[in-house]
Write a new protein. Structure first.
Length: 53
């Protein structure tokens, strides 16, 4: 279940970045970039905590 959630979140982050690239708006690109970086950092710490338990 947690692995499925992880995959879903990473897909959501990637699609955000893909959407921003399609639209070609600078501020949207920046927003999506920070959103994706934030998501991946959260996922990364989530994976580390998951492996510890």
């Amino acid at each position: 279940m947690k692995k499925q959630m992880l995959i879903m979140s990473s897909i959501a982050a990637m699609s955000m970045v893909g959407y921003a690239k399609d639209v070609q708006l600078a501020d949207l690109n920046v927003t999506a970039f920070f959103f994706a970086t934030g998501i991946s950092q959260i996922l990364f710490s989530f994976v580390i905590n998951f492996k510890k338990n």
